[in-house]
Design a protein around this ligand. Structure first.
Ligand code: MTE
Length: 374
């Protein structure tokens, strides 16, 4: 992200040495340094990593992808066969549904993600629908179950009786959209192992859990899939006829985050500081972004740096003339989508420890950086 003018010049070395932030060593869960990402596309080495189990080592030469279940002609593809099919490249933002969990009060269980369980990359691969067409998807297939090669026993209750694989079911209506890719490249290079080598799914517009890594099976089903991840872990309470119903998470909700300043950063008084961040939404476009520097009392429109591109974030900036008066100030960013939906003020409890898209306060100090904090 573009920092304040004062910082801008001296950040180059920081970018070179910037690394991921550890949330859990094993399995590997690392967060992107959101305040240090300057580019539209997140460099692959700075893209956040979210893994439930130890990372499997798959061999390109023996790799097979099965497409079966509710299809007329089940088949398997080798890596080379997949690569020889017509491909597409698409930019998509992935956000983990638990991103920003550290902002929940009182604190909840789960990885304490700050702002960096979100990143934006260009993905290259074969549209899932091309594979489903070739297999002859049955008329009555309702979901497509994507399964990865990684296995283990999940930590969250209710725990399954033994090791399970990571598998996520995508509704048919989404699975057949042209943007859903069976990807083998990230930012123009082969997928890194942490991000699903040799092949992963990319489901743009949905929370990251749908983009299954180390993909080995595509299985069409005629009944809604009731697997662990769809019903227990990445699920929320939807309301049907006044009754709460456990439903799988899906579309990302509108959200913006402030990259700079950082929490508790000290800023010089009476200077222009360039506040910057990014905003994204699920199946719609982010059309407005506003910033408050007084805890939400007043709002001013910020400026987008990136054009509208469905499923990809838009970076934004706002030049703030910092107050002459030293003190603590609360910054907020608030995005609005093309349908007029605005980021909520508070976290929706129906989502439990997920979908943390409410206004996230960034508290900063204005004053002498060397002096006592007010
Ligand atoms: N796929 C497999 N096979 N195993 C996993 O643990 N994690 C999911 C998804 N795909 C996961 C997976 C989750 S929760 C997220 S947020 C994204 O991968 C993260 O993708 P990344 O590690 O490339 O950022």
């Amino acid at each position: 992200m573009d920092g304040s003018r004062k910082r801008h010049g001296d950040t180059t070395n920081q970018f070179l040495s910037a690394g991921l932030v550890i949330r859990q060593k094993e399995p590997k869960n690392l967060e992107a340094p959101f305040d240090q990402i300057v580019s539209y596309l997140t460099p692959s080495q700075l893209f956040y990593i979210r893994s439930h189990f130890p990372i499997p080592a798959l061999d390109r030469a023996s790799y097979q992808l099965r497409i079966d279940g509710a299809v007329r002609q089940p088949f398997a593809l080798s890596y080379d066969e997949l690569r020889s099919m017509p491909s597409e490249s698409r930019v998509a933002t992935l956000e983990c549904a638990g991103n920003s969990r550290v902002f929940l009060v009182p604190q909840v269980q789960g990885a304490q993600w700050e702002l960096g369980a979100v990143s934006n990359a260009e993905w290259t691969g074969v549209p899932l629908r091309a594979l489903l067409e070739r297999a002859g998807l049955a008329e009555d297939a309702c979901e497509i179950v994507l399964e990865g090669a990684d296995r283990g026993i999940p930590k969250e209750e209710p725990m399954p009786p033994g090791p399970i694989s990571y598998a996520w079911s995508v509704p048919r209506a989404k699975a057949v959209q042209p943007e859903v890719l069976i990807a083998y490249q990230m930012n123009g290079r082969d997928l890194p192992q942490d991000h699903g080598f040799p092949v992963r799914a990319i489901v743009p517009g949905h929370y990251g859990m749908a983009s299954v890594k180390w993909l080995t099976s595509i299985h069409a089903v005629r009944e809604p899939f009731r697997g662990y991840w769809n019903t227990s872990d990445y699920a929320y309470w939807a309301w049907m006829d006044g009754k709460p119903v456990r439903s799988a998470l899906g579309e990302m909700q509108i959200k913006s985050e402030i990259a700079r300043p950082r929490v508790y950063e000290t800023l010089a008084p009476n200077q222009i500081y360039r506040v910057c961040g990014a905003a994204w939404a699920g199946e719609t476009d982010v059309t407005q972004i506003a910033v408050s520097t007084d805890g939400g009392r007043t709002w001013t429109a910020a400026e987008f740096l990136d054009p509208v591109r469905r499923h990809a974030w838009r970076r934004w900036r706002f030049d703030w003339l910092t107050p002459k008066e030293p003190g603590q100030y609360t910054l907020l960013a608030r995005a609005t989508d093309a349908d007029g939906v605005i980021q909520p003020d508070a976290h929706d409890q129906n989502y439990g420890t997920y979908v943390i898209n409410h206004l996230l306060p960034i508290e900063v100090f204005v004053g002498d950086p060397g002096g006592p904090q007010p």
